[in-house]
Design a protein around this ligand. Sequence first.
Ligand SMILES: Cc1ncc(COP(=O)(O)O)c(C=O)c1O
Ligand SMILES: N[C@@H](CCCC[NH3+])C(=O)O
Length: 423
Amino acid sequence: MTALPWGLLPDSAEVGPDGALRIGGCSLADLAAQHGTPLFVYDEDHLRARCREAVAAFGDGVAYATKAFLCRAMARLAHEEGMHLDVATLGEMHVALSAGVPPERLVLHGNNKSSLELSAARQAGVGRIVVDSDDELDRLERLHAADELRPRVLLRVTPGVEAHTHEFVRTGQDDSKFGFTLSTGAAADAVARCRGSAAVDLVGIHFHIGSQVFVADFFRQAVEVVAPWVNDLGLPELSVGGGAGVAYVAGEAAPTIAEWGEAVRAACREAGITARVTAEPGRAIVAGAAVTVYTVGTVKRLPGIRTYVAVDGGMSDNPRPVLYGSGYETVLVRAPRADRTHHVTVVGKHCESGDLLVRDALVPEDLAVDDLLVTPVTGAYGHSMGSNYNKVLRPAVVFASGGRARVVVRRETPDDLLATDVG
Ligand SMILES: Cc1ncc(COP(=O)(O)O)c(C=O)c1O
Ligand SMILES: N[C@@H](CCCC[NH3+])C(=O)O
């Protein structure tokens, strides 16, 4: 059986009376006709359900990592569902604040926050700044000397745990650009420095072991490493970061947010941690909520070699296959339950051979030019890492729910390409 595993589609995915795929009660064919392709379609109820699951799993303080996908509608949605928001740049902070998220619900991250970013965050009154380096503490002290603001901070530490994920997104090991190293004593020194400084109010410790981590045991290992230290410090907060993995392709299985939360809480209980434990899921909130709808433009058959199916997007709307060799599935909008008996390579429209979306895709035999082809699980790190490479226009994003779809990010126009080009 080679039909798409249905669980990879958003919660509301169903087959409509015409036999075609619907999400949020909306026909993807209708959405494509109305809004064009490529098109990101998010199941809004799926997003809300994952936010609620995170709040139930970790309680107040759990933050949505906006780097996974951010626009004002998403910021508002996560806030409405009770999440705090993790922002990692001035840009992310600006979008979240513009959406009306109260500053005290924001957590500012970054391994190289500029004085401008720190200053803006402090002036706005963000809830937490996660301090990453001594140089950042220098900057905070300089800013404090001028205005005496004293933000609440967590210290980011690297616990020395190597999660099994792609090396580009592994962050908990000693050899990392992020945070203060625990094993060298740098983290302990930073705690002492914070405690002696009027510029920050140290309220907790933070670690983040990496992204797309499937095995809850890596979180347990990290908790075990930091626990004796965190317990001795007696600080009220511990954030275990984000990183919960999701299934992208047939045969993959990932813990749910609830299971991840349970595993983290159990590890903290066993380690005697009394601090309030929070987390920062990004991918697990948004990845599975969206699909990207493309139109097939060319089918190039090379007998005995390969069939290339080119769609109207590519590495500009989903750079993950190129960056990490990430796998995706494909499904035809008009026949979502069809047997996918043919092996093809789905490529984009960019001017390079590396512009792959799905290296080994399975499609039904009758796939043809003008068909709408969907890649599921594109809600995280697709739109947010998108680009204008080749001056391609970034796609629109719609949120679908209860048979209605609203555009939350409009498609770029050629004039948008000139908006910052001052000649
Ligand atoms: C500090 C921090 N928190 C949270 C996240 C979110 O990670 P994920 O989307 O894997 O949950 C990241 C990204 O890896 C991060 O660097
Ligand atoms: N961009 C990565 C994850 C980076 C995590 C951010 N700290 C991905 O798509 O898998």
